[in-house]
Design a protein around this ligand. Structure first.
Ligand SMILES: [Zn+2]
Length: 409
């Protein structure tokens, strides 16, 4: 089997860890910020040194391409994002870019003949940490929202708009360069798992089948606010007490639907939120995710069958938003699995619980993802870690899956 270079892969991770480095580890490399532009400049330097051609599109997505041996074939593209959340780690996103770069470097320096051109891609603003929403530019490419509305988005906690930051970055290119289904034929995105499963099970690789479907509800309890000292307990219509009961009931009921269903109440509003007043209004979020949409339908059933009244408080709910499960391309999943087996790595099939640019790309091109383990399952934190061997394994899988895709597409 052909493999990439372990030391070179590790050097890339360490080199890019400098851009936005925090004292004591980790990075803050918000989209189009100074450190993000330094990382882009380093990426440009490296791909040009490899003899790749560099293009960017009108939203600053970067495409570095090396030609194939057959004229006129579309490109196979691989990559991810280089921006991070505030106090993020050295692997989320950037691992996908650097493993793709390591694969391209291997192909070029080893003289591996591929029929298709290969492209290493960098998405602008995947995290949405500086400019909301997440997956902004893949969402523009896939018409999830308009470019105009996104250019007007101001940074969180500041005044600079995405459009202004983009203009100042020097990375605005041609709209015709956007990822499309004429010039490109397949998309791979390597990524860290961002969860504990691979490490817990002692596995090398996650063969990602898709991205889980989800629903997001707000549940509202309305009672009566009254004086904390003068209202006997039996007279109260306490919305927070009612919400507490419903949250705990939901844990029991949703937990019984499927062992691998994940659900979260992460946001709560309590009014009037004064320590001497019985709350009259509580709204809490419920996020539930599973790959089987029938399981999600059961979650919705549980919500719809919640009682209208709890401890004298009126209960109502609103669906906030949701998405169906995204299935990646069967052929590409097969190439990834074949590569894993040929390399002798241990693996499992899994779904991503988090969103990735690949989920939007999958509506345009055959797409697939490769996961490597995350230490302690942690991500979006400075302690995010995957070992040099783990990062190398993922790159090797990508290289061999790419070769197989090149043979068959
Ligand atoms: Zn990511």
């Amino acid at each position: 089997m052909i493999t990439t270079n372990l030391d070179r892969m590790d050097e890339k991770i360490k080199a890019f860890s400098k851009f936005g480095a925090l004292e004591g580890g980790g990075i803050t490399r918000l989209s189009l910020s100074e450190p993000a532009l330094e990382a882009r400049a380093e990426f440009r330097r490296r791909v040009l040194a490899l003899g790749m051609t560099l293009e960017s599109d009108d939203i600053g997505n970067i495409y570095a391409t090396y030609p194939g041996t057959e004229e006129g074939l579309p490109r196979i593209v691989m990559g991810s994002h280089m921006d991070s959340v505030r106090n993020g780690g050295n692997y989320d996103g950037i691992y996908g870019v650097l493993s793709s770069l390591e694969v391209a470097e291997t192909v070029i320096t080893e003289g591996i003949k591929l029929r298709h051109p290969i492209t290493v891609m960098v998405w602008t603003n995947e995290e949405g940490a500086r400019f909301e929403p997440a997956m902004m530019s893949s969402g523009i490419v896939m018409n999830k929202w308009t470019k105009e509305s996104m250019l007007a988005v101001a940074e969180t906690g500041g005044t600079v708009t995405f459009g202004e930051a983009l203009e100042a970055s020097g990375w605005v290119g041609d709209e015709a360069n956007r990822l499309n289904d004429r010039d490109y034929c397949a998309y791979f995105e390597p990524h860290i798992e961002q969860g504990p499963v691979l490490e817990e099970e002692g596995l090398d690789i996650g063969v990602v089948e898709g991205v889980v479907g989800m629903v997001n509800y707000d549940i509202i309890l309305e009672g009566v606010s009254s004086h904390a000292g003068t209202t006997p307990q039996s007279y109260r219509k306490d919305a927070l007490r009612a919400a507490s009961k419903i949250i705990l009931d939901l844990w029991d009921k949703l937990g019984a639907i499927a062992g691998d269903l994940v659900f979260t109440t992460g946001e709560i509003t309590c009014r009037p939120n004064i320590h001497t007043v019985v709350p009259n209004y509580v709204k809490f979020s419920l996020d539930a995710r599973h790959q089987d949409m029938d399981v999600i339908a059961k979650v919705v059933d549980v919500i719809k069958n919640l009682p209208d009244e709890v401890y004298g408080c009126r209960l109502s709910y609103e669906e906030h938003w949701g998405r169906n499960t995204i299935q990646f391309d069967g052929r590409l999943i097969g190439y990834v699995e074949g590569a894993v087996k040929d390399l002798g790595y241990s693996y499992r099939h899994m779904y991503s619980g988090a969103g990735h640019d690949a989920q939007y790309v999958s509506e345009l091109l055959p797409a697939a993802m490769i996961f490597i383990p995350s230490k302690d399952g942690l991500s979006h934190t400075v302690v995010e870690y995957s070992s040099p061997e783990q990062t190398w394994h993922g790159a090797n899988v990508l290289l061999n899956a790419l070769i197989e895709a090149d043979r068959n597409f």
